[in-house]
Design a protein around this ligand. Structure first.
Ligand code: PMP
Length: 391
């Protein structure tokens, strides 16, 4: 029976990591993998997380099972940072821990399906796993173009997509630091989106995977909070894997808000049942470490400071790229205005290949780059290589 299975393509970015490792050119540049890097090319463990882990090792009394909801102390401690004053009250908001943001997206869409959603409206391009999860859940994907060529958000396409939305539709939005385009909605655009959603039958699903890496923890939450203020029913998928540097520890949370506490409790009971059937319960360690950080003012301050230094470095690289103007056939100016770790370059698959073979510059076949892979030392080489290949 199993020999009927067809070979699946390996994950393209993981394959790129291997190729990069095997390349012995000393000036190679990795813009492929989606992790933050320091100016030295490292992806270190946050100091606050190291301390929290040490505390857990010394003090954690038991590793007995929690439940499908995971560490509710972690889930609760995140709420003020994510929702601020927009956190719905009276039991209308509740959540659970998930295996990474991926688990949270999966849970949000599976719950939406259980509630009657059949189509997911989404700007494209998007994080490739969005489409894979939609397809795996046998939901229909309705795409619209997320970004304009000038590097702004395509509001006309979003308005049109929402105007034709009906009952049974969900709309999946990136809360901040859009992956892969870096094109975020402005605050005024979010205000408009919140207003449209308030009058729309479409269910809002907001994926927040990079809070703190765009304009800062509070500013990056603007869109989510604007929607929460205007719209009663919202599903939120949250990842701590980037902003706490916990990638492989798989730390995420899923939140649901509805119009009343009973409906939220019922939604959570359904989410718990889905989690049980999928992963039983999330891995504990990373979520527990985040909880320890968030329950301690000193560790929280240390975490926020380190996160801010990452955000500033990303901003500096973006500013330098933006100031470079054009490189061959590529206008880099919009990259200076965009947010987060990612940007899309208008390059062909052949040009991506040529950048790799001739210049040791590694990026995804789609033309997505991780700007955190650039430093003041290698940015000029990158811009020159791009100019040569696309000129
Ligand atoms: N959503 C988006 C938009 C992402 O880019 C990512 C990570 N690449 C995720 C969710 C999932 O993150 P995690 O590693 O926590 O599963």
């Amino acid at each position: 029976m199993l020999n009927r299975l067809e070979q699946q393509a390996p994950d393209a970015l993981l394959a790129l990591i291997k190729l990069f490792k095997a390349d012995d050119r000393p000036d190679k540049i990795d813009l492929g993998v989606g992790v933050y890097k320091t100016a030295d090319g490292a992806t270190p463990v946050f100091a606050a997380i190291k301390q929290a882990e040490a505390r857990l090792v010394a003090e954690q009394p038991s590793k007995a099972y929690l439940g499908p909801e995971g560490d509710m102390g972690f889930v609760g401690a995140l709420i003020p940072h994510v929702f601020g004053n927009a956190a719905p009250e009276g039991g209308r908001l509740d959540g659970m821990q998930t295996p990474g943001g991926t688990g949270a997206v999966r849970l949000a869409l599976a719950l939406a399906k259980k509630a009657g959603v059949t189509r997911v409206i989404m700007g494209t391009p998007s994080w490739p796993n969005h489409a894979q999860i939609v397809s795996d859940l046998e939901l229909e994907l309705v795409g619209f173009s997320h970004a304009n060529p000038d590097g702004s958000a395509n509001m006309d396409a979003l308005r049109a997509a929402l105007a034709s939305a009906g009952t049974g539709d969900a709309i999946l939005l990136h809360g901040c630091c859009h992956n892969p385009t870096g094109v975020d909605y402005t605050d005024a655009e979010w205000d408009e989106i919140a207003g449209i959603l308030a009058a729309s039958p479409a269910l809002a699903v907001i994926d927040v995977a990079y809070q703190g890496l765009g304009d800062g923890m509070e500013a990056d939450a603007y869109g989510l909070r604007a929607v929460m203020t205007c719209v009663e029913e919202v599903l939120v998928a949250y990842s701590c894997d980037k902003n706490f540097g916990l990638y492989r520890d798989r730390v995420g949370a899923f939140y649901v808000a509805t119009g009343d506490g009973d409906a939220t409790a019922r939604a959570i009971s359904n989410a718990a049942a889905l989690a049980r059937a999928n992963w039983s319960m999330p891995p504990d360690h990373g979520g527990a470490a985040v909880r320890v950080v968030l329950e301690d003012d000193g560790l929280t301050a240390s975490w926020l400071e380190e996160l801010e230094s990452m955000r500033i470095r990303i901003g500096q690289v973006r500013a330098q790229l933006g100031a470079a103007g054009t490189a061959g056939g590529v206008d880099l100016e919009p990259l200076g205005r965009q947010k987060g770790m990612f940007a899309m370059l208008p390059v062909s698959k052949e040009q991506v290949q040529q950048l790799r073979s001739d210049h040791a510059v590694y990026m995804a076949g789609s033309g997505r780059i991780n700007v955190a892979g650039l430093t003041t030392d290698n940015i000029d080489k990158f811009v020159a290589a791009l100019a040569e290949v696309t000129g």
